[in-house]
Ligand binder design. Structure first.
Ligand code: MOS
Length: 764
């Protein structure tokens, strides 16, 4: 009886929402059957730059079932990031009327994910596929048909669509999304390169890539007077609430956002996009619920993507492998009307020990949609280049690539000068190498064969920062002894429902089946969105602390209740297991939650907390680390690469649920194999459109492309990161995977491919 609680944390609990998902009972944004629903279809520009000269909507208006055709000619005036709340005088629709009473002056605030998203505000075209209208009809088919009847003429200008052709216009951004300056330097980079015995200097490129979650982005919008409800495929319900409020200039409390289940996010569902605003406007105009689903094709232009990057890396090292210089100069693209410069060099300054470092970020404005965060934003493209370059350096030094990394292991964060809260990179390489059989690798390129196939093994480092955001949560204990956990949080498929269930069960001393987690709704206590791998740390800490608070209430109640067998005991003198509160000294003395609450005529006892990160983040550098291992088989005649084995080993703090955490790693590895071998969105340079805008031509790995993948965590006890000791496992799975594959391809073939994806043409 000395166990403090039921141990629920650390168990491989099946997904608590699994049954709902496989039976179809889980409702996604486009699946709420509302009465009188109308359907909206997006109309998008067919040029990349210029002006709309005319839009003739008359045929569409007259088409059967059509309820509204909205274009820039009749759309309500919205806030734009530039006009921040100011001029609403020109507006002509109800949205403007609602603005007047809002008094919310916060539009255009600091948070880049709460900035207004103006849409249909003028005749200007900035990219191919920009929304230029929305057609609302009784049925989806009627709306689709009517959308084809719009007659649009343009004054077309020549678009800038290729980064390489526009490098002369590269600029230095003001800031990046993360706490990293666009230019970061220490020491003397030229001196460091000069002092090196061995140098490598290469440029690596990654293509435009799209997230393409299985569930398409979608919004169902319903107005009830001044109240707007949005069922939105979103990773960030509070962000949607705030952004839509800022855009439509209505008070956030008039907006409810529901995102109960999300069919994959990967970053694209974090920011608000134009279609959500259009659904809200359309529903207001037709005075009915409106459903708007972004088509797979439209997903390529409407919800962001990962920008193409070009990265020059220069490394210098002494003969023994000790790095004397790391230089990482990055170009990525953004759009002509918004800025998103991916923080590609984010991991470079902290990863290895070097006195001399330079990291620069430059942006090029193109007539393409604005890029956005995509799983492991920054690290995914950045670590492909950096970890490929480290492999090249290892060959130049004739040093084992793992050994090279070990020789540059920094005692503390070389950029911040802070100690690590914990760092298991060495341990991950040690255990991973053993498990993978790295010692069987003959270091000579093109030396290993299996029949006619060339075999290669490659490795790379993974890393991702441990983030934690302020989050609130409410926990309620009901008279039947069960518990409810309420917070706005979303589960983008990662297992949020499940791990929160485990945290609450353990903290409350009840079985997991007695916990009901309700999330994905702005009616619940406010949280950050699901992104940056901070869900477990942020939501988990809030839930844990709400449980502690409600537990203290319950114990206090028992202590003071003259009819309780626990009367007079101190809180620390009591414990709870299986829903029964008992004396630690005499376990026979006790009663259940149910008995205590029922006797006191309480239907519910609850506590709501706001949980904020402590000062530890200022004292320690906090990151998860891992080692990725790939084995490939290359057909020397056809240039076909097949990943035949993959292993990832990670130190990510305490693992709340080894089953869902491992699934996250495997998912990340698959996404990384896609990045290495398959994914690329091709731009038609003349017209600025993504040519392969469908899942037939935008290649992602299928089952046949994916080998048996192994992923495991090394034991890591981190007392500093947060009270739960978790680091987060959303993103680290993908980091370094593409480099490990590219390094394996080099080992197999002797050919270094520095331009992703590694397709057969590049190997022949
Ligand atoms: Mo995170 S960019 O939402 O995978």
């Amino acid at each position: 009886m000395n166990e403090p609680n039921n141990k629920a944390i650390g168990k491989p609990l099946d997904r608590v929402d699994g049954r709902l998902k496989v039976t179809g009972a889980a409702r996604y944004a486009a699946e709420f059957p509302l009465k009188n629903m109308a359907h909206a279809v997006l109309v998008q520009s067919a040029i990349a730059k210029g002006r709309i000269q005319s839009i003739d909507t008359s045929a569409a208006q007259k088409s059967p079932g059509v309820l509204a055709v909205i274009t820039h000619l009749n759309a309500p005036k919205l806030t734009s990031p530039q006009s921040s709340g100011g001029d609403s005088s020109g507006g002509d629709a109800q949205v403007t009327a609602a603005n007047a009473q809002s008094g919310d002056g916060s539009a255009g605030g600091e948070n880049p994910f709460e900035k207004p998203v103006p849409v249909l505000q003028d005749d200007k075209i900035n990219f191919y596929g920009q929304h230029i209208g929305v057609v609302v009809a009784e049925t989806l088919e009627q709306a689709k048909h009517a959308a084809t009847l719009l007659r649009v003429t343009y004054r077309e200008e020549r678009p800038a669509t290729v980064m390489a052709a526009n490098l002369a216009n590269a600029y230095k951004p003001q800031s990046l999304l993360v706490p990293l300056k666009p230019d970061t330097q220490r020491g003397d980079i030229q001196g460091g390169l000069k002092a090196a015995d061995v140098r490598v200097d290469h440029t690596y490129t990654t293509p435009n890539e799209h997230h393409q979650p299985l569930e398409a982005h979608a919004t169902t919008a319903v107005w009830d007077g001044q109240q707007l409800t949005l069922y939105d495929a979103s990773q960030n319900v509070n962000g949607v609430q705030k952004t839509v409020a800022n855009t439509l200039r209505i008070p956030p409390e008039n907006i409810r956002v529901i995102s109960s289940f999300v069919g994959g996010g990967f970053g694209s569902k974090y920011p608000v996009r134009g279609h959500t605003i259009l659904a809200a406007i359309a529903a207001q105009q037709v005075k009915r619920p409106v459903k708007l689903v972004v088509t797979r094709e439209q997903m390529f232009t409407s919800v962001g993507f990962r920008s193409h990057s070009s990265q020059r890396i220069r490394l210098g090292a002494k003969k023994d492998g000790k790095l004397t210089a790391i230089s990482h100069e990055i170009h990525t693209q953004t759009s002509v009307f918004e800025e998103f410069i991916e923080h590609v060099g984010v991991a470079t300054p902290m990863l290895y020990d070097t006195p001399n470092l330079l990291v620069t970020h430059r942006g090029v404005r193109l007539n393409l949609p604005t890029p956005t965060i995509m799983r492991a934003p920054g690290e995914s493209p950045g670590m492909f280049a950096f970890e490929s370059a480290m492999d090249e350096l290892a060959y130049a030094l004739k040093l084992d690539p793992i050994e090279l990394r070990l020789r540059n292991e920094p005692e503390r964060d070389p950029e911040k000068g802070l100690p690590w809260s914990s760092r298991s990179l060495v341990e991950s390489f040690r255990q991973g190498a053993k498990s993978f059989g790295w010692e069987k690798r003959n270091p000579e390129p093109r030396s290993m064969r299996d029949g006619r196939y060339l075999i290669g093994m490659g490795t790379a480092t993974a890393t991702y920062p441990t983030n934690r955001m302020p989050s609130s949560a409410k926990v309620r204990i009901l008279a039947d002894g069960s518990a409810q956990v309420h917070l706005a949080a979303t589960d983008i498929g990662t297992g949020t429902y499940t791990m929160l269930t485990q945290i609450a069960a353990e903290a409350l001393g009840i079985p997991t089946e007695r916990v009901r987690v309700e999330i994905g709704d702005t009616k619940m206590p406010k949280t950050p969105g699901s992104g940056g791998s901070w869900g477990a740390a942020s939501y988990g800490s809030a839930v844990q602390s709400a449980c502690v608070a409600v537990r203290a209430k319950i114990l206090g109640m028992a202590r003071l209740d003259p009819r309780s067998p626990l009367k007079g005991l101190s809180n620390v003198g009591m414990d709870i297991r299986e829903g029964r509160i008992f004396s630690k000294r005499d376990a026979s003395r006790g009663e259940t939650y149910q008995e205590l609450l029922t006797r006191n005529n309480l239907k519910v006892t609850e506590a709501e907390v706001e949980s904020t990160p402590d000062e530890a983040a200022k004292k320690y550098s906090m990151h998860a680390f891992g080692a990725q291992f790939a084995q490939v088989q290359v057909d020397p005649d056809l240039g076909m690469v097949r990943v035949t084995r993959f292993l990832g080993t990670y130190g990510a703090g305490r693992i709340l649920n080894p089953k869902t955490a491992r699934s996250q790693m495997i998912g990340g590895i698959i996404m990384g194999i896609g990045m290495a071998l398959h994914e690329e969105t091709v731009v038609d340079e003349r017209y600025g459109h993504f040519v392969n805008h469908n899942l037939g031509e935008y290649h992602v790995p299928v089952h046949a492309d994916i080998p048996a993948i192994e992923a495991f965590f090394v034991e890591e006890n981190d007392p500093h990161v947060n009270p739960l000791g978790v680091k987060g496992v959303g993103e680290i799975g993908i980091v370094g995977v593409a480099a490990a594959v590219a390094n394996a391809v080099y080992h197999a073939t002797g050919k270094r491919i520095r331009d992703l994806p590694i397709t057969p043409d590049k190997l022949l």
